[in-house]
Ligand binder design. Structure first.
Ligand code: DGJ
Length: 555
């Protein structure tokens, strides 16, 4: 073999490996703008995460999980969200043990489930309870957030480079391991970096290093981002910034004013830029989509009464500026005003993914609304491993009334998984819409499917104020599939040019059989008030029933 060939073989091998890696990366789960929306693409196709998040400590035990996996599959989840804790994978500094991760992958694969991993690194619900003992006990090397009276807290400092590098280092090892064991299987779809960060009960860190940063200039990366995106900024953020003069230089209180929100924005920047390092270091190993989640704010709460520094609606712009390695920010929605909170996160540049929310009956309506109206990429009730079979302490609850009956989650996931290809297709073109009626006060709702107006009012059991949703998917100029989660009566009108009166040509109930929606009864009599309205029933999802309605217009 001559010299030339000898040199060429390694180069070609390297090029081949590079091309291979590139093709493989293009096939990894990723986010992609398709038509009007950003979708999660898995194995080349849009994927709606019909998820559920485990209680915090469930995934730490293979024994605990063994009987749980099939239960999760039986619930018709396609994805499980579960924590991987720093202390589990790096119990001794620099020595990594991925047995637990591998067992989780195995459990998921055996049950045909995908995973979204939650990296419980430096912070979990503001605290640092899941960090390894060698980090927790060495407060000199790994400093803490401090209170204004000088007391230390159980929270690692987001200002510490040592904390950041140790966290990012462990996370990078995790992502590297995932690439090696799952890079061609795609069991893991996405990763949440940390969990519900922020400080509480004071609005900011008062350590010496934090005080110094607070009186130092706001980084130019942030001020130039604000200036460049002024027109699109969150109105609350823009309001405080402009009220303080809209400056692009100065310390935090010069730029954002002497008000409590400034403390929140200051901490936000610190957490965002810390997490940026962790996420970017992890992505360099294995570039899966990544996100951070927020504990939301109760009305009129001040920073410090809520997690000050988390990815809240008013600070999403700071996260976009400081943590571009994150693909989106997510709300954990435990409040009843689901549409309000989900809507604040479903915005341009931030696809909606809800990693934690209430399960039980209300989840069915919320899921229909999230996918149908807000083009969500995923929905995931929390504590999904409690199927009513766990002792209360293992379920993480103290009161039996807190148990969720997740049969409604199962029913809506069955419907959504059957409709998923159509939903994904219609999300791209706007041919899907949904309404959510959330409280007794909300007696009616209006939707605009195609050229029509759907006037939805409560009926039957829903008359007392139960949550309900109705989703319309356009399948032709005058034809729609309708899925609902409660008792409702729907009449139709139109405000488009043309004949003014809308009639119902036909309504068929349809059931899913052998991979297709098949009509059963034609409902043009009592069931639809002799062609005057479409009636949805509370048990539609349980029965697996949807409706195909055809409308027409006349004078
Ligand atoms: C929100 C957190 O993110 C979860 O880890 C869990 O603690 C739940 N709260 C409990 O409701």
């Amino acid at each position: 073999m001559n010299k030339r060939i000898l040199l060429t073989i390694p180069i070609m091998a390297a090029l081949g490996a590079f091309a291979g890696a590139q093709t493989r990366d293009a096939q990894l789960p990723h986010l992609e703008k398709r038509g009007l929306v950003t979708q999660l693409i898995v194995d080349g196709k849009p994927f709606l995460v019909l998820g559920g998040e485990l209680h915090n400590s469930s995934s730490s035990s293979h024994g605990y999980m063994k009987p749980v996996w099939p239960q999760l599959a039986a619930l018709q989840l396609n994805t499980v969200l579960l924590p991987v804790a720093w202390e589990t994978i790096e119990p001794t500094e620099g020595k990594f043990d991925f047995t637990c991760v591998d067992q989780l992958l195995e459990g998921a694969r055996e049950n045909n489930l995908r995973l979204v991993l939650l990296w419980f690194g430096a912070w979990k619900n503001t605290y640092s309870s899941y960090v390894p003992a060698w980090v927790k006990t060495n407060t000199e090397r790994f400093p803490r957030v401090q209170m204004s009276d000088g007391r230390s807290t159980e929270r690692l400092s987001p200002f510490s480079k040592a904390v950041r590098d140790a966290d990012a280092g462990a996370f990078a090892k995790l992502m590297g391991h995932l690439r090696s064991v799952d890079g061609d299987r795609h069991t893991v779809l996405m990763v949440q970096v940390e969990n519900e960060v922020g400080v509480i009960p004071e609005s900011r860190d008062h350590s010496a290093v934090a005080n110094l940063a607070f009186s130092s200039p706001v980084p130019a990366t942030l001020t130039s981002f604000l200036a460049k995106h002024r027109a699109e900024l969150d109105t609350e953020l823009r309001g405080v910034w402009e009220a303080a003069g809209g400056k692009t230089t100065g310390a935090w209180q010069d730029v954002f004013g002497k008000n409590p929100l400034t403390d929140d924005l200051f901490m936000t920047w610190q957490y965002a830029t810390f997490i940026q390092q962790v996420a970017a270091t992890g992505k360099a190993q294995y570039p899966l989509p990544m996100f951070a989640n927020a504990a939301l704010i109760r009305p009129n709460y001040e920073p410090g009464q809520y997690n000050s520094g988390g990815p809240l609606p008013h600070s999403i712009d700071l996260w976009h500026a400081g943590a571009p390695a994150l693909d989106f920010l997510s709300p954990d929605i435990y409040f009843n005003e689901f549409a309000l909170w989900a809507g604040r996160y479903a915005r341009p540049g931030n696809p909606l993914f809800i990693p934690e929310t209430q399960g039980g009956a209300i989840a069915a309506s919320n899921a229909l609304y999230a996918f149908g109206q807000l083009s969500a990429i995923g929905f995931s009730p929390f504590g999904i491993d409690d199927q009513g079979n766990l002792p209360l302490d293992l379920a993480g609850i103290t009161n039996p009334s807190e148990r969720s009956d997740n049969s409604a989650v199962k029913n809506v996931y069955v419907a959504l998984s059957r409709l998923a290809p159509l939903i994904s297709e219609k999300q791209k073109t706007g041919g899907i819409t949904a309404a959510l009626m959330e409280g007794e006060a909300q007696r009616s709702a209006r939707l605009y499917p195609g050229d029509y107006i759907a006037n939805i009012t409560r009926a039957g059991r829903s008359a007392t104020g139960e949550r309900l949703a109705a989703m319309f998917i356009q399948t032709g100029p005058n034809e729609f599939l309708v899925a609902g989660s409660g008792d409702a009566q729907i009449t139709f009108s139109s405000d488009k040019p043309g004949p003014p009166i809308v009639g119902i040509e036909s309504i068929d109930e349809e059931f899913y059989e052998n991979g297709a929606w098949v009509p059963r009864r034609r409902m043009n009599g009592d069931e639809d008030s002799q062609g005057q309205s479409l009636r949805l029933y509370a048990n539609d999802l349980a029965l697996g029933r949807i409706y195909r309605i055809r409308l027409y217009r006349y004078r």
